[in-house]
Design a protein around this ligand. Structure first.
Ligand SMILES: Cc1cc2nc3c(=O)[nH]c(=O)nc-3n(C[C@H](O)[C@H](O)[C@H](O)COP(=O)(O)O)c2cc1C
Length: 310
């Protein structure tokens, strides 16, 4: 997939995931082959009013091949102004979030609430496209409470989006039910711009099912949590890494984050990643209980080393 002068070398991309896609995790997924990585969703208003609070989310690493900064908001003028923020300087593409189903976001008329206000959504996309020197994309769901994805995608195309990403569920569905692959296929067939398909891709079978929709690229979210190596498994048919290789990957995650963040904050932040990493291991219960309350990163690493390398 080539967007402007940005060439996606393969068709697997890492999804934006708030609270998950830190610089270390994006870096690992890129090293395992993800052709593009999305930032966590970034509030345009916060980037302007409180840039320090958002800055840590916008750190990027040199291994990330195509960096996509995802912004959200409901006011086109604020979103346009945020494009000049130094926090977005490193990104190759700007993505607009029109799919987030979190109540706090919907209450502000942002994220998936914009799927109920197509006029406003179109005004935002057109304004951001006009003001941006970089390609602009939009990520959305089937609709707020029913499938309007084809009409919404056509609006994105007419408003100047360079590509779109569709997560095949409505906002009301949250993560329940199965992703609607037929709707993704209809969107792909109905648009001229490229479409990225998203939802429930975790292994070769689910990847093949998503590819059957003929999308230009596939986005993986939860399937990479605790398994950044999923990209090399799916791209190169690599065997799953052994325990030692997995533990080395976890250590790399920690090393990257330690360059940027205080230990005090990292101890709490990393717990969830450690729990995801150990989620798929048999007999991990007692270790996971200890990791969940471990007072230091080094102690957690010791537990993980025992668990992965014994
Ligand atoms: C913890 C978490 C955080 C997420 N944060 C974002 C976000 O910041 N922006 C966004 O567009 N989607 C976000 N999503 C949605 C994912 O990008 C993706 O659309 C969804 O998880 C479905 O894909 P999957 O089945 O591969 O996980 C988030 C999902 C999860 C699980």
């Amino acid at each position: 997939m080539i967007i402007g002068n940005v060439d996606f070398k393969n068709n697997l991309v890492l999804a934006p995931m708030a609270g998950v896609c830190d610089i270390g995790f994006r870096c690992l997924c890129s090293q395992f082959g993800a052709s593009a990585t999305f930032s966590e969703m970034l509030s345009s208003r916060a980037m302007l009013n409180n840039p320090k609070k958002t800055a840590f989310m916008t750190l990027t690493c040199s291994d990330e091949k195509i960096k996509i900064g995802q912004i959200f908001g409901h006011e086109s003028d604020i979103m346009v102004k945020s494009l000049s923020s130094p926090l977005l300087e490193n990104y190759d593409i700007i993505d607009i979030n029109m799919g987030c189903p979190a109540p706090k976001i919907i209450r502000n008329g942002e994220g998936s609430a914009l799927m109920k206000d197509i006029k406003r959504a179109s005004t935002i996309i057109s304004a951001v496209v006009k003001a941006s020197k970089k390609p602009v994309s939009v990520k959305f769901r089937l609709g707020f409470d029913k499938d309007i994805s084809l009409d919404f995608g056509r609006m994105c195309e007419e408003s100047g989006a360079s590509f779109v990403t569709l997560h095949g569920r409505t906002a009301l569905q949250g993560y329940s039910g199965r992703v609607d692959l037929d709707a993704i296929a209809r969107l792909k067939a109905g648009l001229k711009i490229p479409v990225i398909g998203n939802g429930d891709v975790v292994d070769k079978d689910s990847l093949e099912q998503m590819k059957s929709t003929k999308v230009n690229a596939v986005m993986i979210g939860r399937g990479a949590q605790g398994r950044p190596w999923v990209f090399s498994e799916l791209l190169d048919n690599s065997p799953a890494p052994n325990g030692k290789q997995k533990f080395d990957t976890i250590k790399r995650h920690v090393e990257i984050l330690r360059k940027y963040f205080e230990e005090r904050w990292l101890v709490l932040y990393l717990r969830k990643h450690f729990l995801w990493y150990s989620a798929f291991l048999p007999n991990a219960c007692s270790y996971r209980a200890k990791i969940a309350t471990s007072p230091s990163i080094d102690e957690s690493l010791k537990l993980l080393e025992e668990l992965f390398c014994k």
